[in-house]
Design a protein around this ligand. Structure first.
Ligand code: GLN
Length: 212
């Protein structure tokens, strides 16, 4: 499996090692040409404003929707979740062109609340029940995390923390509000790789194919 990790800013190195631990051929993506031939892409955590600005600067604002239109699975962690969301609420940032509103790809039909956890709980860890990963709870590391306020009809909620949606999937898109790459538990990376393998098997990751 050839998986790229967007490496403009943020916690991309940890995703690379996690994916490599799972046997994937994972490498950092800094230029749009490196998207060629990918079977999956991870948008890491970091600062969504900074990542968004760099995305526009390096042409990913056009290249990533094109990759997604080919059916390639995309997994967004934390800031990556915000960048994938159709709508972002909470502390908004300016777009690179100075207009208001957080820059985002808007590929997934979710509303994200940015910096949703107040000061006291800016960073915390919690055991999460994630049925698609089996019975063993998953340790969620939340760092100035967003959460998913709501999702459209195609969005499957995979985990909640205190009633808030913290993991969701819509077809080829997967998001977590927390950082699995910072734990030794590789089940979420394995889950994403299975998704990518499925798409590749079905030939949906080829140019010109339709989306789920
Ligand atoms: N608070 C960050 C943002 O809004 C996300 C934090 C993270 O990715 N750990 O972009």
């Amino acid at each position: 499996m050839k998986i790229g990790v967007l490496a403009l800013q943020g916690a991309f190195r940890e995703h690379l090692s996690a994916l490599q631990d799972c046997g994937a051929e994972a490498f950092p993506v800094r230029k749009t040409v490196q998207l060629e031939g990918l079977q999956g892409l991870v948008i890491p955590g970091g600062e969504s404003t900074a990542i968004g600005q760099l995305m526009v600067q390096y042409g990913f604002d056009r290249a990533l929707p094109a990759l997604a239109a080919d059916g390639v699975p995309v997994y967004g962690t934390c800031a990556g979740l915000i960048l994938l969301a159709r709508e972002v609420i909470g502390e908004a940032a300016l777009r690179p062109d100075g207009s208001s509103g957080q820059y985002r790809l808007g590929l997934m039909d979710i509303v994200a609340h940015r910096n949703a956890y107040g000061r006291q709980r800016e960073s915390f860890e919690a055991e999460l029940d994630i049925p698609v990963l089996g019975a063993t709870p998953f340790r969620g590391v939340f760092i100035r995390a967003p959460y998913v306020v709501s999702g459209g009809p195609g969005v499957e909620v995979l985990a909640r923390h205190e009633d808030r949606i913290v993991m969701a999937r819509q077809g080829q898109y997967l998001v977590t509000a927390f950082h699995p790459e910072l734990t030794g538990d590789r089940r979420i990376h394995e889950y994403f790789l299975r998704l990518a393998a499925d798409r590749a098997d079905k030939g949906l990751a080829k140019r010109g194919s339709s989306r789920l």
